[in-house]
Design a protein around this ligand. Sequence first.
Ligand SMILES: [Zn+2]
Length: 538
Amino acid sequence: MRLLIFFLFIGNYAFAAADSVAIDGKAFTKHIQILASDAFEGRKPFTEGEKKTVAYLKAEFQKAGLQPGNGKSYFQDVPMVNIASTPAGPLVLKGKTGTVSLANLTDFVATSPHVQNQVKLNDSELVFVGYGIVAPEYNWNDYAGLDVKGKTVVVMVNDPGMIDSTLFKGNIMTYYGRWTYKYEEAARQGAAGVLIVHESKAASYGWSVIRSSFSKSKMHLQTADNNKSRAVLEGWITQDAAKNLFKLAGVSPELFREAGVRGFKPVKLGVTTSLVIDNQITKSTSQNVLALLPGTTRRNEYIIYTSHWDHLGKSEAIKGDSIYNGASDNASGTAALLEMAEVFAKLKKKPARSILFLAVTAEEQGLLGSEYYATHPVFPLDKTVANINMDAFIPLGRTKDVVLVGKGQSDLEDYAAAIASRQGRTIRGDFNPSAGSYFRSDHFNFAKVGVPALYLKTGVNSVKNGEAWGKAQLEDHNLNRYHAPSDEYSSSWDLSGIIEDMNLLFAVGYQLSNESTFPGWKTGSEFKAIREKGVGKK
Ligand SMILES: [Zn+2]
């Protein structure tokens, strides 16, 4: 009965419960305007902007009649540590035939996540481990038979599918391709250092992006082991630096290609390196804001909507403006979270399952607030049915399409596709599947602990102006407003497309909230095995 549409009544409005609700465009717009106003200073953690933002979210959740999401509190403390790392000199590579000296920021970048004022890498041996991947489901292990304790691994970004479409997911980047994975696996293997070889196409961004992100300090979660289980040194080297390293080691640059061929064996380079890194450390606590709508008959099962409330704060002025308002990123998603909470709270027929509305901190610092929740969940993960994430809507007006980021990952996509089709829209995959967008927002931390997670982006096939126009608008946004002070709210914004996306995401959550099913991960998903270890199987 997939065409069955049933009706609910809210106030005076009748509407199809599954496909559209009375989203209040005015209230939604007001939330965006307030959150993206200069008064909120770009909503950076540990600033006045954070205080205003979290107070506003709490007040609005309360006004909507939702319960505190964390015991008696609407807040979850997220202890963080800010580390500014400075390498004490060049990265000197010592081989049998000579040395190569790499200059900081020009040839290499390096930080240490260890919460320690000074860390040292001493005569650490370099090993080229290809893509540095251990993926049982693809029968791939670059570390097989290798002991890298105390060593520094030299590793390529992306995964072998990028050059051979029969391997992994072809040109769709798996999590094994992300730089964060390279660090994590190297640490699991006991490596003291990780150097990722940069390549613009494989990384999907140029060296300048890496250089600028490593010129700033980095925030991490505070951990009981002060991050000592991670490698001492985490960094990148340029393609040219890697070639010089290979020359010094007397190995062929053909190794880069061979690393993508099944049967590749890691290569000890006969080169060592040492580096001292000075860390400037400050600790602080930020906050996730969370509110609960308890379910009626299945109240111990949860659907979690997420949006990150934070943005970049005040920084380098561009055209005289130093406030990074983040209207699209992510005042839009946070406003949608509030509006969605208000709509759910007003439903006459309350959802059977509980719904948690979670506004997370420090997404822009590396998805930290959502990582904290996923590793310190308030509600059991094995009773968490799904995560639905909203990050950076773009006001292009109504579109005939909607983008499913990471298409092919979970059963939640089938829910979204069916609802989109009833809206007369089609779903499509990422525009650039090799960029790994599925691993770049908060839902990913739920995926990592096995909870199926859905992430949609605005489509481009504009109802009014066609697809070429929509693509040009999106490019213009990415080039001129993404992470810039010009990401500001304007009264010329056409919110109709975003409201349609919100209707879709409401309908997915509403449907799930009245079912007893636990949607899973699709075959081939790198998160399937984690969920099936017992999560959600009740
Ligand atoms: Zn952002």
